[in-house]
Design a protein around this ligand. Structure first.
Ligand code: SAM
Ligand code: ZN
Length: 357
């Protein structure tokens, strides 16, 4: 974490949500960067300590709930040989936390940074091109994963661009690429067999990029902090998809631009069906359950206005050497509307409790 980025973004405490943070301890620093240390809440009644690990500030409301399920990712050694890692993967077995972590890295690192025609950069270009003018800084990439769109956004803005995600192993890979311009990731060949793959970043100036660990449901940034806010393929991953619309509107500066791209691939493992934007209540919703129509319908209620949209953008994710998933992505460029947010009528909120939930 660069101290200059911390000062520019002036994050506030995600626990009390009222007070600014200040730098606490620097346990390991390198020039203007803090690699390990802490940020402290300035509220005397809160005084919460937030870690900085591997150069990534961790600004989540419940640190225990964040760390407990991914402690092995945070603590995992990076110096294991492919041989030793393969033995451990066999011992822990298919479906283990290690298998899931390697699988996630395999799919997203391959899509973002794969050495042969990675599949994600064309989607990033097509969606960013939808913005009516060159994206401006400060810019925010919500759910950045291993960071490709954050780097591309930074290249286009030329200034401070922040990627935010909750998954530490993905953020760590993104941060490694930022610092070293290269990284090694595991690529799933078959089953729990992974091969190490070296990738090289095409981006040169990365002093403007920073990666932060935070929850989209409790972002540590003040209102109107960003000129550009993007979120690619995140909407349907959230427990509360509507919160992405309200957070995008809250964080966006008055003349700012936002981008939301999504395949509307709803699943109850991510969010309850009644919270989905479309995909339920066919008989009673605009567009008979159409996600795109309901998404458009909701925008004014969150103080957002549609600038441009595109349909059927290809998003491909490799699972293993004989399996690739393909999605058809909808993308919308948005701005804050000049009119105040319209209140959502009692008849239609797009959210409800479903009998089977
Ligand atoms: C489907 S991936 C998309 C990643 C990337 N934007 C892309 O298009 O390749 C969803 C990402 O959102 C992150 N994510 C899910 N819920 C989140 C939350 N509540 N706060 C922050 N990140 C979240 C996941 O860790 C994952 O990296
Ligand atoms: Zn606090």
């Amino acid at each position: 974490m660069f101290l200059s980025h911390f000062e520019q973004l002036a994050p506030r405490c995600p626990v009390c949500r009222t007070h600014a943070l200040r730098l606490g301890e620097v346990a390991r620093g390198e020039g203007a960067e803090v690699r390990e240390g802490s940020l402290l809440c300035t509220n005397s009644r809160c005084q919460r300590e937030h870690p900085i690990l591997d150069g990534i500030p961790i600004l989540v409301p419940d640190l225990h709930a964040w760390l407990e399920p991914q402690q092995h990712w945070v603590l995992r050694r990076e110096d294991l040989s492919p041989f030793a890692l393969s033995m451990l993967t066999d011992i822990l077995g298919a479906g283990s936390a290690l298998d899931r972590e390697l699988g996630n890295l395999s799919t997203y690192a391959e899509a973002h940074w794969g050495p042969r025609e990675p599949s994600f950069p064309p989607l990033v270009a097509e969606t960013l091109d939808l913005l009516p003018s060159t994206p401006r800084a400060p810019a925010l990439d919500l759910g950045c994963s291993v960071g490709r769109a954050t780097f591309e956004l930074a290249r286009r803005t030329g200034r401070l661009t922040t990627g935010v995600d909750l998954n530490f192993s993905m953020l760590r890979l993104a941060e490694q690429i930022r610092r070293q311009g290269r990284a090694r990731y595991p690529r799933r060949r078959v089953g729990i067999v992974f091969d190490p793959v070296d990738c090289v970043s095409p981006y040169e100036a990365t002093g403007q990029v920073s990666f932060w660990c935070a929850d989209i449901a409790a972002l540590p940034f003040a209102e109107a902090s960003f000129a550009t806010v993007i979120s690619l393929n995140i909407l349907d991953c959230l427990a509360a998809p509507h919160s992405l619309l309200s957070e995008t509107a809250r964080l966006l500066a008055p003349s700012g631009q936002a981008l939301i791209a999504t395949p509307f691939d709803w699943a109850v493992s991510a969010s309850p069906a009644g919270a989905w934007i479309g995909g339920h209540s066919q008989r009673t919703t605009p567009g008979e359950g159409s996600s795109v129509e309901i998404f458009r319908h909701l925008l004014p209620h969150y103080g957002l206005r549609l600038l441009a949209e595109r349909e059927s953008l290809l998003w491909r994710l490799r699972v293993h050497e004989r399996s690739t998933m393909e999605y058809s992505v909808y993308a919308a460029a948005l701005t804050k509307s000049e009119r105040p947010p319209e209140s959502i009528g009692a008849a239609f909120t797009g959210q409800k409790e479903l009998p089977g939930a």
